[in-house]
Design a protein around this ligand. Structure first.
Ligand code: SF4
Length: 490
């Protein structure tokens, strides 16, 4: 039986694509092996959002090239955003690569491998499926599925943030029919999945191409001070309606997350969905990128800091205890010390529970290339260190504040030391011991200790859990709605 190894770089979308690539390969008789040295086929599923990811790919291909010299039949393929963006150029520069596969071309993999076997020049398949978008579903097999799963609801991006390669590497926005999304989630839940994360580049710009969703409460309304009614009416997002439909039609789904929302589509209606749907996790990852309006304009982010903050405040008013995490780029062209201090100020006011910071780097074919990359690298690094010092402190203080609290933790996997690891509703990693199988159980855990990036807790006395086989297909239903006052705005 031929063997393959998959190496994944980048985001959850890439992880989701890698899972589908693995399923296609298993479907044509390959088995997965962990070590490249035992593989006949190695697929590098790449990311091009940061310069470092590209460097990583180059060194990985170089290393695998040495393996190929010892094992001439080895096939090396590059998939994902780098293949999409740099297909021809990379194939010319790196003769070790046997094929290139864009994110929309995964189903063509068997044919590509057949061409490689026949000795064809490196096939490059990087065509967007603009006319008939396909969304690959996970194979939901009872007993083989984990406790959590990703489900794609849209792909591509119509924003044009000036630093970002995604509109080039993933194409324009395309949406999946709500009925397909719900069918996939239902199958996953029957197979034992307890938590689903909806995926999309701007997941909350989702619209149902089949037009099947009812208008969600609050659609077209705004009670924000900084978002005018005209702008709210122009927002055609149906994401809140999709969330409500999923919770209504798959009531056994224990927990629902989504990533990544664009702040400008974080509508009043979406905040009401958070207020009403208890399955929605008490955590939102809301990328801000900068705390300076001047920089946000140059990034073409299409919101102001006042708009961002009033959404953060409204979310937290709707769902007490809701945590926010974010992404920030420091050293964007023209970012002054005062701009950077505005970002520090925002972090101090919002107090993110999770923070992902990056230094700006020029990316190919992006509008920001027209702006001089004028913040010295040393200064970018210093700013990043400074904001990490602040946000690390916020994170530690947040984790410490949870000691003594009771959390609902979904068991995800068992560590080497025999303890389990799971996530709380607020997306915190929690370690705990448990007699029996905690995977896919929703456990009541009292937090006893805070580490730098995670928590330790004990499962409350008397909770014995259920054998996993008995939960598959009949996870305990939870449709209790939060009895909270209507949000009064920011
Ligand atoms: S919203 Fe902006 S940063 Fe996000 S994927 Fe689209 S262009 Fe890139």
């Amino acid at each position: 039986m031929p063997a393959f190894t998959l190496v994944t770089f980048g985001c959850q979308m890439n992880q989701h694509d890698s899972d589908r690539i693995g399923e296609v390969l298993r479907g044509i008789g390959y088995e997965e092996v962990a070590e490249p040295v035992h593989a006949d086929l190695i697929v590098l599923n790449t990311c091009s959002i940061r310069e470092k990811a590209e460097q990583k790919l180059r060194s990985e291909v170089g290393r695998l090239g040495l393996l190929k010299q010892r094992k001439p039949g080895l096939v090396i393929g590059v998939a994902g955003c780098m293949a999409q963006q740099e297909g021809e150029r990379l194939a010319r520069r790196m003769p070790q690569i046997d094929f290139m596969l864009g994110p929309d071309n995964i189903l063509e993999l068997p044919r590509i491998l057949a061409e490689v076997e026949l000795g064809a020049p490196p096939p490059i398949r990087t065509v967007f499926d603009l006319n008939a978008p396909t969304f690959l579903s996970a194979l939901a097999e009872p007993g083989r599925t984990g406790a959590t799963a990703f489900v794609t609801v849209m792909k591509g991006c119509d924003e044009r943030c000036t630093y970002c390669v995604v509109p080039n590497t993933r194409g324009p926005e395309r949406y999946r029919a709500a009925s397909d999304i719900i069918d996939e989630i239902r199958r996953l839940v029957v197979a034992g999945v307890r938590e689903v994360t909806l995926l999309g580049q701007t997941v909350n710009s989702y619209r149902d191409p089949a037009g099947s969703l009812a208008l969600a409460p609050g659609a077209g309304e705004t009670h924000f001070e900084h978002t005018r009614r005209a702008a709210a009416l122009q927002d055609e997002s149906e994401f809140p309606a999709l969330l409500r439909d999923i919770c209504e039609r798959v009531p056994d789904l224990a927990r629902l997350r989504y990533t990544s929302p664009h702040p400008r589509h974080l509508t009043w209606s979406l905040i009401l969905a958070h207020r009403d749907l208890s399955a929605l996790a008490r955590h939102v990852h809301m990328p801000v990128q900068s705390g300076s309006d001047r920089v946000l304009k140059r990034m073409l982010r299409r919101y102001s800091i006042a708009e961002y903050e009033e959404r953060a405040t409204a979310l937290r008013s709707a769902v007490p205890g809701l945590t926010l995490s974010t992404d920030v780029i420091v050293g964007f062209p023209g970012e002054t010390r005062a701009d950077f201090e505005a970002t520090l100020g925002l972090a101090e006011r919002v107090r993110f529970s999770g923070f992902f910071g990056f230094t700006y780097s020029e990316r190919p074919n992006t509008p920001a290339l027209k702006l001089p990359d004028d913040v010295p690298e040393l200064e970018k690094r210093a700013r990043l260190e400074e904001i990490f010092a602040l946000t690390d402190r916020h994170r530690r203080e947040h984790l410490q504040s949870l000691v003594g609290q009771n959390e609902r933790v979904l068991g995800e996997r068992r560590g080497k030391n025999g303890d389990f690891m799971g996530r709380s509703e607020q997306n915190e990693i929690v370690h705990f011991a448990f007699e029996g199988d905690a995977i896919a159980q929703m456990l009541p855990v009292t937090i006893t200790e805070a580490y730098d990036n995670s928590l330790r807790g004990v499962v409350q006395a008397g909770f014995t859990g259920l054998p996993r086989a008995s939960m598959i297909g009949k996870a305990p239903s939870r449709t209790v709605r939060r009895a909270l006052p209507v949000v009064s705005g920011a």
